[in-house]
Design a protein around this ligand. Sequence first.
Ligand SMILES: Cc1ncc(C[n+]2csc(CCOP(=O)(O)OP(=O)(O)O)c2C)c(N)n1
Ligand SMILES: [Mg+2]
Length: 543
Amino acid sequence: MFVCKLPDVAARTVRDATFDVFREYGLTLLFANPGSTEISLLADLPDDLRFVLGLHESSVVGMATGWAIGRGEPALAILHTTAGLGNAVGALATARVNRAPLVVVVGQQDRRHLAAEPFLAGKLRGLAGEYPVWVNEPVRAQDVPGAVARACHEAVTARGPALVIVPMDDWAADANGSDERAAPRRVVRSRAADPEAVVELAELLSRAAHPAIVAGAGTDDPETWSALVALAEQLACPVWQESFSARAGFPQDHPLFAGHLPADRIRLRQTLEPHDAVLVVGGPAFRQYPFHAGPFVEPGTRVAVVSEDPAEVHRSTAELAVLAHPAPVCAELARVLPAREGAPPVRPTAPPPPAPPAAGELLRAGHVFAAMAERLPRDAIVIEESPSNRPELLARLPAHESLGSLSPAMGGLGFALPAATGLRMALPGRPVVAVVGDGSSLYSIQALWSAAHYGAGALFVILVNGGYAIMDRLAEQHGGAVPWPGFGVDVAGLARALGCPARTVKTHDELLAAFDDVLPGLAARGEPLLLEIAVAPDETFAP
Ligand SMILES: Cc1ncc(C[n+]2csc(CCOP(=O)(O)OP(=O)(O)O)c2C)c(N)n1
Ligand SMILES: [Mg+2]
């Protein structure tokens, strides 16, 4: 019998199968900067996959990180072999420490001649060091879709970037053999509170006469906020925010909020000295900045930790650490512990607004934050990357709602502009303001192009003090001369050159007028705006 064999024009490719994985896991926004090793993936994208161009990989990954944090879901970033991944390493480290789930596809040269190390062949596996939560080089092209699905699970469970390195010829390979993925369709992560763990924590807390709570960045979600509020109210105890926290773990306008812990052991010991038990929730015991000798707490203070981050749990200097999601544990503790009587602590109030500057004097950061505090909508997200002004910003701009406060968790500059852009794309109805130093603004300035091009209506407030004020203060404290010059960069001009509308503000009246004009309508902005505000450098710095 004669059988007519049709040509196999409609053969399904690994690229098709991977796009289905993207769709299945909601990875339909592709934050990317393309290179030749990614052309076979990216050319002729189907309409339901949206490409978002970042003009440098710090912006690509920063935008993806903002998006992932805003959505609480993994975001997809696509990077170009060694050059792209190399440029992105700092941003990937920030994503890891900020606990943002990212699926990162890294393009590689063609498998068929990789052995000969052609132009653009990348030594990619170890390039991002220990910062990815998972790195995979699929053994066969047909393993790529499953690897992307697994990367999604790895990124969510370990909360960081998971990398899949894909040779460029894999995308056109026949998908036959890729259906049996080495990854489950769904992962259900159990979050129930272990009754034994709750009993141990409850015992430690009920023996204490004067307990206290320290909230870390890991409690910043609405469910954990309310569980922690219930626990704090049950214990009638003060709640501090860990120092140098990347997120607000507790409502900072609550009467039990006691302020931000100091970042050195001397002042930390003094602050916690009145307490015989400290429960650290969603953070390590203890996050610090400058080193000072001696213990974190006085000998009479018992320390317990609850966190779902294994590394935080394992490195904590504590008597007891519980590896668990804090929300159910805190809710359960609030249920089993008896209500305590006791006067709530005196809540730190924001310092009064500074008097307007005298004629001819420059504005100070305090003027900017005080004016913002009076006008910002309650649900605003404030992204801080203004190093010398951070303590004053935290004091004047409390987080009223979950995700109200965000900063680069490991101190790497160049996060705020792209993160604000990605956050605003993820949460188009929520006001987003990035407060950024002039020096900090220059690390990922090209993110402004993406914000403008994609209509991300974030507000970028750039505090122009003419240089690296924090470095100058630290050098003074160290007792040494500063070898780096100050700089006067026209940041508003740079913004305009990148297509981002910008205004400059020099006087107090201009400041109030600009904020009156812009802040009330922030939630509805369809385009970004950069405000370049000239400020005097602060003369002191005590984190
Ligand atoms: C990528 C990166 N490079 C260098 C540093 C070190 N660093 C920390 S703060 C700072 C200066 C920041 O200047 P600016 O944003 O103007 O803030 P100011 O200190 O003036 O408030 C530098 C260079 C860093 N944290 N990250
Ligand atoms: Mg500066």
